[in-house]
Design a protein around this ligand. Structure first.
Ligand SMILES: [Fe+2]
Length: 171
């Protein structure tokens, strides 16, 4: 699907999809190039890049932020991906700012059609509460993303009854 058509489709579903290019920051590129990060390194990344999202925090009341890091050696990665791949909604907005790696979001419209979009560094997404979607990684199985929350529950999904084949894993 041409990007303009895809953008129109996901926008119609209430998804805010923006490009916010990563600001070059000394030392940050070297941290992001590592597959795994210590908790201290994650905090460094949140501190360095969180300021880029102050406007959306203020606009939507997000008051906590963390960095999710997935890579091929993440314990339980297959189980996590199996959960993310099932169509679901959240009671809170799902807000992600991709800072490394890649992934694939699928959004379902009222007719049950799935609109899939690949995301990578600099993509900012706000999936509104209640919007049905799912997610997987690309074949590199690696992503780093800032997550913004307006509550402290973290990732809680309500699975929908939709039966769907697993998402196609892209390069
Ligand atoms: Fe989700």
């Amino acid at each position: 699907m041409p990007e303009r058509t895809l953008r129109a489709s996901v926008t119609a579903l209430g998804v805010d999809w923006q490009q916010r290019p990563l600001r070059p920051e000394p030392g940050l590129a070297a941290l992001l190039a590592q597959p795994a990060l210590s908790e201290g390194d994650k905090a460094t990344v949140v501190q360095a890049l969180g300021a880029e999202l102050v406007d959306v925090c203020l606009a939507h009341g997000y008051h906590s932020m963390d960095l999710v890091v997935l890579h091929p050696d993440t314990p339980g990665l297959d189980e996590a991906l199996a959960r993310f791949d099932l169509p679901h909604t959240h009671a809170d907005d799902e807000v992600r700012y991709i800072v490394d790696g890649a992934g694939l979001f699928g959004f379902f419209d009222a007719e049950g059609r799935e609109h899939s979009m690949r995301v990578g560094p600099g993509d900012y997404l706000r999936v509104p509460a209640g919007a049905e979607h799912r997610f997987t990684l690309t074949s590199a199985r690696r992503i780093k993303a800032l997550r913004l929350f307006s509550d402290t529950a973290g990732w809680v999904a309500q699975y929908t009854a939709r039966v769907a084949d697993p998402m196609e894993v892209l390069e």
